[in-house]
Design a protein around this ligand. Structure first.
Ligand SMILES: Nc1nc2c(ncn2[C@@H]2O[C@H](COP(=O)(O)OP(=O)(O)O)[C@@H](O)[C@H]2O)c(=O)[nH]1
Ligand SMILES: [Mg+2]
Length: 247
């Protein structure tokens, strides 16, 4: 595996955010997506260990487990059950939204969810309409909480396929921060050709950059929502920037 120093990357991401938001010690990330796309492999690469195996981590909801590693300032919520059909996918979405809201309710920046990584497998060469629908519904329910969503194109050993999939997804106009191709682990194409892992550093960097404003916005939205629940939010001239909302 390529030697990406994820501890350092995670710390860099935290430092970038901590400049703006005091007392941030742990980044909380939810990883979602269909079974077999490569969520566990991605999480294991981030933590540099076999942490995302079945039965590992602490169950936090019916379909989510929280994975942490001593000394790493990250907590990753691994979701399961997408293979079980639409009903379970709706439950997973509900659990994601609920976890975001419960985190925010604590008003503790270390307990809020900071980012969602939605994984789509580049190697499968397709995206199911139900996944697009799931993402649209999640974004809708995340409109006030504004947790940044990043689409991770997993198993992107073919950069060409990854770019094609990325373009296709961009055309869907989803409410996501970025679409990032990643190969979390080296991939042996044949005896003489191994695709080297890449992209994890970009993913962490983009997340770090996405967080400050988004997180500030979130906190502002939460304050607005809790200050005056009944009052309708008035939009200013630009329509939706944080300084125009709720004045
Ligand atoms: N070489 C390689 N294999 C991968 C990668 N991502 C996923 N896989 C393989 O794809 C299969 C499913 O991955 P897994 O992480 O268990 O998917 P999950 O169900 O989303 O957690 C496993 O056999 C992995 O070894 C990758 O980045 N590199
Ligand atoms: Mg898994």
């Amino acid at each position: 595996m390529a030697s990406v120093d994820t501890d350092k990357l995670a710390q860099d991401a935290i430092n970038a955010i901590a400049d703006k938001i005091k007392n941030l010690k742990t980044l909380n990330i939810i990883v979602a997506g269909k079974t077999g796309v490569g969520k566990s492999t991605l999480i294991n690469s981030v933590f540099q260990g076999d942490l995302a195996e079945t039965g590992m981590g602490k169950p936090v909801t019916d379909h989510m487990r929280k994975i942490t590693k001593k000394g790493v300032p990250l907590a990753i919520y691994d979701t399961r059950g997408f293979e079980l059909g639409k009903e379970v996918q709706a439950e997973v979405k509900h659990e994601v939204v609920d976890t975001i809201q419960k985190g925010l309710a604590t008003k503790d920046i270390n307990k809020t969810i900071h980012c969602i990584w939605y994984c789509i497998n580049t190697a499968s060469n397709r995206v199911e309409p139900e996944e697009i629908q799931w993402l649209r519904e999640l974004s809708r329910e995340n409109q006030i909480t504004q947790v940044p969503i990043i689409i991770v194109l997993t198993q992107s050993f073919s950069k060409k396929n990854a770019n094609a999939l990325r373009k296709m997804l961009l055309d869907e106009n989803l409410d996501v921060v970025q679409i990032i191709p990643v190969l979390a682990q080296d991939y042996e194409i044949d005896e003489d050709y191994v695709a080297k892992s890449y992209g994890l550093d970009v993913l962490i960097k983009v997340m770090g950059e996405a967080l400050p404003e988004e997180l500030m916005d979130t906190l502002q939205h939460v304050q607005i929502a809790s200050l005056d629940e009944k009052k309708t939010v008035r939009t200013g001239s630009c329509g939706d920037c944080s300084s125009c909302i709720g004045r």
